[in-house]
Design a protein around this ligand. Sequence first.
Ligand SMILES: Nc1ncnc2c1ncn2[C@@H]1O[C@H](COP(=O)(O)OP(=O)(O)O)[C@@H](O)[C@H]1O
Ligand SMILES: [Mg+2]
Length: 433
Amino acid sequence: MNKPGLMELAGVAKSFRSADGAPRLILDGVNFALAEGEIVALLGKSGSGKSTLLRIIAGLIPADAGTAQYRGQPIVGPATGVAMVFQSFALFPWLTVQQNVELGLEAQGIAPSEREKRADAMLELMGLAGFGGALPRELSGGMRQRVGIARALVTNPDVLLMDEAFSALDVLTGETLRNDILDLWDSNRILTKGILIVSHNIEEAVMMADRIIILSSDPGRIRSEISIDMPRPRSADSVEVRGLIDEVYGLMTMRQPQSTVPGETTAMHLGYRLPETDVSRIEGVLDLLAGAPFNGRADLPKLAEETELADDDLFHTYEALSLLGLAHVDKGDITLTPLGQRYADADQALRQELFGQQVLMHVPLAARIRHQLEREPSGTSPEGPFIELLEEFLKADEAKRVLEVAVEWGRYGEVYEYDFHTGRLKLPDQEEE
Ligand SMILES: Nc1ncnc2c1ncn2[C@@H]1O[C@H](COP(=O)(O)OP(=O)(O)O)[C@@H](O)[C@H]1O
Ligand SMILES: [Mg+2]
């Protein structure tokens, strides 16, 4: 394929300062191209840098390193020809629908009569005919986002960028709106040459895109790419779509390849970056998986539907289950291990015992804390030294979060106790005779 390029990013990196003032690498070595005629979906967990990448492409913020080009020219600010739709709609509340839509044209110096004509046509196209005089607050969320999209499309953008444009809407409204846009695109009723959507909704990406790109976290790098060669409109229940959703789920839950550089092993061995999920959620998902209709094995998207949790929260829970040896994830399926099955059948006391055993075995930070406590004559230790240890590899706030997870898991498994007032860890009380 040799389609002309619209957007081209090479080696893009971006850091932000975190709360403690230290720079944190958000994006690193990102190479990406958007060609004419394609819809690309960018998927990634929350915080992976999707919006940041989109803002660089939109010319709203500069990259720290690498090059970003739009039709062969460096991107140095918002380009005419590139329009963006935001999750929050970003409408001016004191302007009418018509005025909001005309805004983009005004900025381009287009005469009032022409503006009105084009805005009218766009309102009509977006199913907003008759709403021109309304104020945004008089409209439902779905209608407001129609205005957001009309405002972007009225300038006849070459490239349309959408950042979680459907996430704030209820499922049905989001689907309708997304189908309307695909319909305009597929029937060539808009002049837009390329669309980039950012999403954390896998089904949305599979339904819309010609190509899906998955961004890893910490820092964001492009981890995998899948081409979808399937005509639209696509049926959400078709075997092909379900299969692709499974495949993408599998790719997104895959543990990130860990570095094998010798000097970096300590951080890995400490089990830093524990999945941020609590025990009740881990057990909740495990119980759901063990029960009917799953009976120990589930298709991840089905499980997601059942739990009504966001994919993002679930990924952390899947990671925890697999880290603890209770389940394993493979190509969009999650299966309880024999231990996980035993866990599901166990009473409360046995559950805690099994949990503790697995934490000691698979979370080196917890094992290290336990070991340290056993060496202290008092059987106690302040948490400070463990945070400091983590801070050798992590930023202060991340180090704290990791310790919090290790503390919660360890307490539940009775590996150690924690005093929230003093911030001290201690060995569990001995059984009293
Ligand atoms: N202007 C900023 N200043 C500091 N940190 C930021 C800024 N914008 C984003 N971040 C941080 O960068 C990371 C990625 O953010 P974002 O691109 O919004 O992720 P996503 O859209 O994938 O959820 C987050 O940790 C966020 O807190
Ligand atoms: Mg975002």
